[in-house]
Ligand binder design. Structure first.
Ligand code: PEP
Ligand code: MN
Length: 372
């Protein structure tokens, strides 16, 4: 059960104390306080754990300071959608709104290699009206001898260049808690010229200590990649780990499943799960066409598979696209063969726009007979 308190409730005031007193007198019930700091106000939610069936919803609803009470299923308590649950499906970070109702494109480098390429990428984003990009500084690689990313050494110039070109959010993978600290320090040292969306890669989807660590910090949002060899339910529970630690700013990314059934694609594209994740949870959903497809192959119509699957994800309602670009893919240190060229960026963005328009038209069409 979730008890949603009036926005901005004073935690030292009489109303809050009365609610907490009432709840602490209920046998076998533990209360977990969850606070969310929005642009305007702080929202406080109380998660009741234990034998909540014995609780009277109406009695709690009638307490001063209580706005609403929601009974929840066991699944995804914080991030899930529950009956009569009107909690938000969006969040804001560094002036950018991420929502189940909008779309952001994050074209960028799979791995940061040098300042020139970072600058070319960010300049191109700005020229096309984008405030978001991806930049890999910490790269988890299959081989211990492969390039592992420049790590914290590249962060100052990546952040400064982001500021120079008006980039507000950079998706950046972290593989341990120390990386989060390094990012926080580098942002501070450079005067916070940009923001970072921490990315949990598919190899770490069930690294529970890492999930808890990124969940404990509540400033930066998190992009959680679906685990490549586990069920959707297991990956959604991984997202819930972060939320249960206090960070609800989580975006769920589909990036394909590891099986040779998807050959010749690098992973079996799973973007049909976009609407499923939106139905089960309140998370915006991202698709990663680059790591799903893994090549620049194209079909006879002239469209690359990366374009096709991106459009499929967007037509199904995706809210974010994480896609590899590189100014000189032949020189890329990681994943060059799947990178799109800078000259392809306007066409890619136009293809995304066409697909989004189709999605919006589809929603409008069905709502004529079945309002949402
Ligand atoms: C990436 O986005 O660079 C990446 C390594 O993705 P994944 O974790 O999905 O393989
Ligand atoms: Mn990659």
């Amino acid at each position: 059960m979730i008890v949603i308190l009036e926005p901005g409730i004073d935690k030292s005031g009489a109303k809050y104390t009365a609610v907490m007193n009432y709840l602490s007198n209920q046998a076998g019930i533990q209360v977990r306080v969850h606070e969310e700091t929005g642009a305007q106000q702080v929202l406080t939610e109380l998660y009741l754990v234990g034998d909540t069936k014995t609780l009277d919803k109406e009695d709690i609803n009638a307490l001063p300071g209580v706005e609403r009470v929601v009974r929840i299923s066991q699944e995804y308590r914080v991030l899930g959608r529950h009956k009569d649950d009107k909690r938000s499906t969006h969040f804001e970070y560094n002036g950018v709104t991420f929502s189940q109702d909008n779309l952001h494109i994050f074209p960028g480098l799979c791995a940061v290699d040098n300042p020139t390429h970072v600058e070319q990428m960010m300049k191109a984003c700005q020229e096309h009206g984008l405030e978001t990009t991806r930049m890999g500084a910490y790269k988890p690689r299959t081989s211990p001898y492969a390039f592992q990313g420049h790590g914290k050494d590249c962060l100052p110039y990546v952040f400064e260049l982001a500021g120079k070109y008006g980039i507000k959010v950079i998706a950046m993978e972290v593989t341990c808690e120390q990386h989060v600290v390094e990012i926080q320090q580098a942002l501070e040292q450079t005067g916070n010229p940009t923001g970072v969306m921490l990315q949990i890669g598919t190899r770490n989807t069930q690294n529970f200590e890492l999930l808890k660590a990124v969940g404990r910090q509540q400033e930066m949002p998190v992009l959680l990649k679906r685990g490549f060899g586990i069920t959707l339910e297991e990956s959604l529970n991984a997202a819930e780990y972060m939320a249960s630690e206090g960070n609800r700013k989580v975006i769920f990314a589909l990036r394909g499943m590891k099986t040779n059934m998807g050959d010749p694609h690098r992973n079996f594209v799973d973007f049909s799960h976009v609407p499923v994740v939106k139905r089960l949870t309140r998370m915006p959903v991202c698709v990663d066409p680059s790591h799903s497809v893994g090549s620049r192959e194209q079909s006879p119509d002239g469209l690359m598979d990366v374009f096709h699957v991106t459009a499929q994800g967007i037509v199904a309602g995706a809210n974010m696209v994480l896609v590899d670009f590189h100014p000189a893919p032949a020189k890329a240190l990681v994943d060059g063969p799947q990178a799109l060229l800078m000259s392809e960026l306007p066409y890619f963005l136009e293809d995304c726009r066409i697909a989004r328009e189709a999605y919006e038209a589809r929603v409008k069409n069905i709502n004529r007979i079945r309002p949402a």
